[in-house]
Design a protein around this ligand. Sequence first.
Ligand code: 5SP
Ligand code: FE2
Length: 213
Amino acid sequence: MVKIAPSLLAADLLNLQKDIEDVEESGAHWLHIDVMDGHFVPNITFGADYVKAIKNFTSLTCDVHLMIKQPEKYIPSFAQSGADIITVHYEAVTHLHRVVQMIKDHGAKAGVAINPATNVESLRYILEEVDLVLVMSVNPGFGGQKFITNSIEKIRHLKSIMPDKRGVEIQVDGGVNGDIAKKLIHAGATSLVAGSHIFNNKDRKKAIKSLQN
Ligand SMILES: O=C(CO)[C@@H](O)[C@H](O)COP(=O)(O)O
Ligand SMILES: [Fe+2]
């Protein structure tokens, strides 16, 4: 079954604990934590302490999406804070193979994300090493943006070059709602990130369910 990862970027900062409990009880599988540095993307969000506080509180998998330059500087602290999955951007890294090994050496699962204009073929020679590929379906930096339609074709393409039997997660992030989810799952997505669709909806259970059907 597809794993639903609510993006805490859209949660109520002043009621974070309540929002996390709510999505946990509503059937979410992972918590998606967007880390932004104001350099790789034009926005600044949370650091490793935020992950630590959440990890102490929840039993859900902490899925940390690093939208930062030189992520290798911060991988040890995010891993020590309890990040279960650490995803770095292909566009933010020079030695991707080395950085992926570093994440795994620190005991986390390794993910690689690509921006909307990056070809999935760029990942062909790292697919044997990663646990997750994240296809961004908006330009990273903000929640609440419109889904970029050709991401569906990218998922299909990615699935076609995925090594057999490795069970690499194919994750999509940005502008995902119920109608789009169906197409993404059909194309091969195994994990869906959703911020606005879940947190802007009073009935989180219904919102999460609508992504799974
Ligand atoms: O990484 C990002 C944005 O850069 C995402 O995780 C967004 O936070 C998803 O939010 P919605 O598009 O679902 O509102
Ligand atoms: Fe994200």
